[in-house]
Design a protein around this ligand. Sequence first.
Ligand code: PMP
Length: 415
Amino acid sequence: MNDIFASLESEVRSYSRTWPTTFDKAGGSWLYGEDGTPYLDFFAGAGALNYGHNNPRLKRKLIEYIERDGVTHGLDQATAAKREFLETIDEKLLKPRGLDYKVQFPGPTGTNSVESALKLVRKITGRESIISFTNAFHGMTLGSLSVTGNSMKRGGAGIPLVHSTPMPYDNYFDGQYPDFLYFERLLEDSGSGLNEPAAVIVETLQGEGGINSSRPEWLRGLRELCDKHGMLLIVDDVQMGCGRTGPFFSFEEAGITPDIVCLSKSIGGYGMPLALTLIKSEHDVWEPGEHNGTFRGNNPAFVTASEALKLYWSDDALQKSTIAKGERVGQVIGEIADKYEGAQAKGRGLARGLGFEDPETAGKISKAAFDRKLILETSGPQSEVIKIMPPLTVSDEELEQGLQIIVDSVQAVLA
Ligand code: PMP
């Protein structure tokens, strides 16, 4: 890699260290180094590239839009591109699922959506505290960081967890205690200081937290608990939404309806920043100007987002193929887990993971895969989980190629 990165770029960088190549081009499931070396990408922008790199059909729409001088920057002005996006999301996503949400554009990235949700639930309920979960990840700004269960991410800055309380995520105690026992006790104990939280924020499958999937019955129990105690339910679908687990929304499988949904990453379709906060209509109590931001309406991203919804969510083909491909990944990682003690197969849909007992093993496997030209991220509290998240548009052939590299890399490190 060129030394300029080491000499000029802040020490905060991490991916450039994990994958020490300068990438220059990308297409579909592939990234290409400057020397033309192809790398199979099973990282997919941490879930931002569900439709692959430079998806040709989305690219065409974007080029057409730019060539006809479509509005690029528009704050929250009404634009034709935004109108089309709102119509498309209503027609392709909300109406078919019987969902009655208002769409807010909270800022360019996932954390902006989480921040707006955290602000809004306090305004709606007049309460202050927020319940989050162990190993949760919700973003890097102060509010979202305060509900993120990873102290390293606080960067030594000592972000206080005032008004935010982490609860055990599904299966935290390996089934030793009934679900929500601790949570319910605290809610019912008037001395706990926790009797009136404004909301619960949850990922149905924790991506950064180590590919921890919650059970549908646990999510239904959480919905019931929220209703019983007047708490709103925020589902953070920033990483697991847009079809990553199969259905468009990761909570669909559980049959629950959150009060607020946070979306970003793949919603723009083309890897461009776009975030949405979906708010149940009855909870849309925002006044104009209460949540501003210069980059709140990314019009080129509206164009690719609308096209992606039309291309991939007019029928259930992508959902079905994601589930089928995910099962194939599940089969291969299941075999790995059976073969190597301490290895654990995790996840659902095309959000899969291989957990190991220590971060060194996961790091070595990720490196062995990179040497074999496959890009795999690690996640989990200690980075001890290999994350397997190819674009949903990955071909069967590419999937098999990547899986073989995973098998070979595990073998090289653990044999
Ligand atoms: N929520 C979840 C579940 C995420 O995975 C992420 C990003 N990894 C975020 C929020 C924050 O999104 P962004 O990095 O776009 O701010």
